[in-house]
Design a protein around this ligand. Structure first.
Ligand code: ATP
Length: 446
């Protein structure tokens, strides 16, 4: 148990120290459940999003993208059922007045005793709506009130007609979106796992009722394969079917892809918790919006010459939660060497360039030239380091996952070759300077 605890501590400390993740508004003491991405974190997040977009939109011929606004007409949230039903049971400890999500307390080792004061004297549960309220315009009244979106999906549903009218899509087809979501979670914690502001990657896959079960299975497999193809060990992933009383108000079937999280193990619980949710949302959302807006949100099926409201299969994943799983799975210790064995597709830097010695101008000059050439050769982000000794520089790049390091040494000045050192095998090859970018491109190919 202690090991798992330490692993999370190490990841939190590495990600802070190396500029991946900072506490939100840290200089003012932070805000609960809010994190900022540092220079390396934004690269990792962008790479995760790009990998998702490539897999979900660019490589398929029946999925299109969308970027809808965070703020929507309040009626959206009434129609979708979120105003009435997007709530968690909240209980308060009568002794110390700490508030918790009831089901989260039930799952802890201590059961129904307060983790803060150890007493067991609770208020009855009441449903707490997780949406953040705000106002649009200068007047704060009920008419101007709306909510920050707790999911991006509704932006997709309200644009269903626009996409059908403009894109010549044919059922089954998907609309995908990446964007911020906000949930005023009662209990936050476990770093990026449960936060109050996060980016989501959501696909709404519109299909025929008769095909919905088959498509559900298809997306289950596709999503699982995506995590594995990006390096997550299969043994740390599994599916879990939701019980009837667990599902969201709109779903007839939900299956989570769960990850074996070390923080849960460290708290004495089974590690398996949701990484991604896949839901069959039926025709519920489109029908609700058609009813409340008075607009026709049906689809005209050319084959049967019938108007139908499609069923929807939704895989939905948080960028931060995915990032945490990728980081945990990639974290390796090899003696005193820490290596983030991220797939090159995800690493913040694709390569680093070092002059062997920082005080030899001829080495630095050649290294700078190579560095600038690599930076503009479409490889992605390239790091530069001329501090300390070469061993330390390798370790420093290993810790942030940089797959390759190119070192410019005295031999480079003679024969225009440099060494390329591989993060995982630590082997070094010599390559010609004028072949460096193509060799790296080949090695990094994903
Ligand atoms: P839970 O039951 O754990 O609160 P949920 O079932 O409400 O989660 P979904 O609505 O299925 O979550 O959300 C889809 C995905 O969005 C999740 O699988 C997760 O990756 C991400 N996600 C949801 N809530 C949060 C959060 N508070 N912080 C970070 N990521 C989140």
């Amino acid at each position: 148990m202690a090991e798992e605890n330490k692993l999370m501590e190490k990841i939190v400390s590495l990600t802070k120290r190396r500029g991946f993740i900072f506490q939100g508004s840290e200089i003012y003491g932070g805000v609960g459940g809010i994190y900022d991405l540092g220079p390396l974190g934004v690269e990792l997040a962008n790479n995760i999003k790009a990998a998702w977009w490539k897999n979900i939109v660019q490589e398929r011929d029946n999925v299109v993208g969308l970027d809808s606004a965070i703020l929507m007409n309040k009626q959206v949230w009434h129609a979708s059922g979120h105003v009435d039903s997007f709530a968690d049971p909240l209980i308060e400890c009568k002794n110390c007045h700490t508030r918790y999500r009831e089901d989260a307390i039930q799952q802890t080792v201590k059961g129904l005793t307060c983790p803060n004061c150890g007493k067991s004297n609770w208020t009855p549960p009441r449903m707490f709506n997780l949406m953040f309220k705000t106002h649009i315009g200068p007047v704060e009244n009920e008419a101007s009130e709306t909510f920050l979106r707790p999911e991006t999906a509704q932006g997709i549903f309200v644009n269903f007609g626009n996409v059908v009218d403009t894109m010549r899509v044919k059922l089954p087809f998907g609309i995908a979106q990446i964007g911020k979501g906000f949930r005023n979670e009662i209990t936050i914690g476990n770093f990026l796992f449960r936060v109050r502001e996060f980016e989501m990657m959501e696909l709404e896959y519109f299909t025929y009722l008769k095909q919905a079960d088959k498509d559900f299975e298809y997306w289950q497999k596709e999503r699982m394969n995506w995590f594995v193809s990006l390096g997550i060990d299969k043994k740390n992933l599994r599916f879990r079917e939701h019980a009837d009383d667990e599902r969201a108000h709109y779903a007839v079937r939900s299956v989570d892809i769960e990850y074996d999280w070390p923080f849960a193990q460290a708290q004495g619980k089974p590690g398996w918790l949701e990484l991604e949710g896949i839901a069959n949302r039926t025709d519920y959302d489109l029908k609700q919006h058609a009813k409340e807006s008075g607009k026709d949100l049906s689809y005209f099926d050319e084959e049967t010459k019938e108007k139908i409201v499609p069923y929807v299969i939704e895989p939905s994943l948080g960028v931060g939660r995915a990032m945490l799983a990728f980081l945990i799975d990639a974290y390796h210790e090899d003696g005193d060497r820490v290596v983030l064995k991220l797939k090159p597709e995800l690493t913040p830097y694709k390569a680093a360039v070092f002059p062997l010695l920082a005080n030899k101008p001829e080495l630095v000059k050649l290294a700078q030239k190579i560095y600038l050439e690599l930076k503009t050769s479409d490889l992605g982000l390239i790091a530069w380091d001329d501090r300390g000794n070469i061993g330390k520089r390798y370790y420093s790049q290993d810790e942030i996952g940089t797959p390759f390091c190119a070192t410019i040494d005295f031999q480079s000045l003679e024969d225009q070759t440099v060494t390329i050192r591989d993060r995982d095998s630590m082997k070094q090859d010599r390559v010609k300077v004028n072949k460096l970018s193509s060799v790296l491109k080949e090695k990094l190919r994903y």
